[in-house]
Design a protein around this ligand. Structure first.
Ligand code: COA
Length: 147
């Protein structure tokens, strides 16, 4: 797992572009802007995955997570998430939040099996009209270690 720096913005954008539809993908400038913000950190799996997260005070959140299509279902997403949760814990985080489209079955399963529970729903939140599910898990519970 590599700690992302501004020098990785281009590489992170390339993974993101391969993982998301064009209208939803973030370019290198977006990653650079995010990485320069307080509390934001990025982790890179050289096998083809990235996660960007933010930890401020006792709350942390996933900003984005993406794995190259050809590298999926090999545990990269789960390891990135676990590593980000553990990292947020070292930064003082107590609760970890994320949002996911209710039609993104794969991501939802990843989050549910990583200990996240739904705490809210934002109706028609995404451009495709799908709802966003707001999920959270305590940083210190069970399966946070690893990554
Ligand atoms: C969501 C994403 C990051 C998962 O990455 P990944 O490396 O494939 O995830 P993992 O291999 O760690 O999967 C962990 C578990 O999540 C679930 N899961 C992940 N993708 C799944 C899919 N397409 N269908 C069903 N279950 C899936 C499974 O339970 C899986 O465990 P298993 O393979 O042992 O059955 C990846 O599919 C992706 O980049 N998607 C496009 C971008 C995106 O939707 N990001 C999330 C936005 S909230």
């Amino acid at each position: 797992m590599i700690e992302a720096t501004l020098a990785h913005a281009e590489a992170m954008a390339a993974v993101h572009a391969a993982a998301f539809p064009p209208a939803e993908s973030w370019d290198a400038a977006a990653f650079a802007t995010q990485l320069a913000m307080p509390g934001v950190f990025g982790l890179i799996d050289p096998a083809g995955g990235i996660i960007l997260a933010r930890a401020v005070a006792d709350e942390a959140e996933v900003l984005t997570i993406a794995v190259l299509p050809a590298a999926r279902r090999h545990g990269i997403g789960r390891r990135l998430l676990a590593a980000a949760i553990a990292r947020a814990g070292t930064m003082g985080g107590v609760m970890f939040f994320l949002e996911v489209s209710d039609v993104n079955t794969g991501a939802l399963l990843l989050y549910e099996t990583s200990g996240f529970v739904q705490i809210g729903r934002r109706r028609r939140y995404y451009p495709d009209g799908s709802d966003a599910l707001v999920m959270r898990r305590p940083i210190t519970c069970g399966a946070a270690a690893g990554g």
